[in-house]
Design a binder for this molecule. Sequence first.
Ligand SMILES: C[S@@+](CC[C@H](N)C(=O)[O-])C[C@H]1O[C@@H](n2cnc3c(N)ncnc32)[C@H](O)[C@@H]1O
Length: 348
Amino acid sequence: MENQKHNYDIFNLNYAAAIEVDPAVLAADEGEYDPSEYATSTETMPESIHEYLYENGRRYHTYFGVDKNCMPTDEMEQDRLDMHHEILLHLLDGRLHLAPIEEPHRILDIGTGTGIWAIDMADQYSTAEVIGTDLSPIQPAWTPPNCRFEIDDAEKEWTFKDNTFDFIHGRNLTQSINDWPTLMSQFYRCTKPGGWAEIAEIEGSVWSDDNTMGPAFKYWTELLNKALVIKGYQHVSRESLAKRLEDAGFVDVKVYAFKQPYGPWAKNKKEKRLGGEMLLIAGPSLESYGLALFTRVLGIDAEEATRLCRETWKEIINKKHHVYNNFYVAYGRKPEDSEVERTADAYL
Ligand SMILES: C[S@@+](CC[C@H](N)C(=O)[O-])C[C@H]1O[C@@H](n2cnc3c(N)ncnc32)[C@H](O)[C@@H]1O
């Protein structure tokens, strides 16, 4: 009753009342709940941008369809994305991008997540307008004045006009995009002639140069790649990223590879620091990438999928295991109209 003196109770009049226990629960005086029975369905929810599915202890955004995004969007995921952004910044020695952009006026970030890259870009290029788009409304309301967000499915026809961005960027979208050729054709259409596109991805495979990868991490990766193939997601490699850009028409394509260690086992100071930072997100990452794909796509029992993620996590924190994967950054330039005309002339 003490709390009723304060303003915050005005917003929740039931706060002081005790929650009545369901007689059916009282009657079944023992036993455990089966969390999987409490997965919600979007069909029962009002039609709104805030449609969620609660599954295996995580929250998934479902406004664009239950299986559109198999990664959670809850607070744990948002923290993970922000922390991973910091790690990737350290990996790239503080650079937000590698494409040689100069004085950009308009920048677009596809699948922006929490928008942290777009916000940092808006700070770095304060005279540019930065737009981030995503399926999920998980971006902050407080942003630099030159940064804004739009909720949109990047796999649908973009509403942006042709030749209007100096730089278009997409990072860590492996589990987001089915049709890369169509997406990249939209990147190309909306990039200004002379402008740049950059795509960056963590690969799905993990490696150990001294053969110390444990069985759980190996199995976790095998399952992940199996599910990615079934879902129709494209394999990430140095070559595939370059090809995405080249096939769309971008030129001067370059790809860079960086190692992302799991755990501070590396001797090198920078890699040791990166590996240590990865410990902060590796546990949640295993679940974010794996849980929904393992259970929904491969039909693995939720308990078993969670157990595999935990076993893999135990290997990662075990000093005997020295595992890493690669992060690729690829960029290309949209040719000037005169270059395209010259190439066409050569074929006449
Ligand atoms: C792994 S997160 C990466 C977020 C951000 N790019 C980063 O690097 O921090 C993938 C993001 O893509 C979004 N996404 C998935 N499918 C999408 C689609 N079809 N269109 C737009 N965004 C999508 C998800 O909602 C999620 O925020």
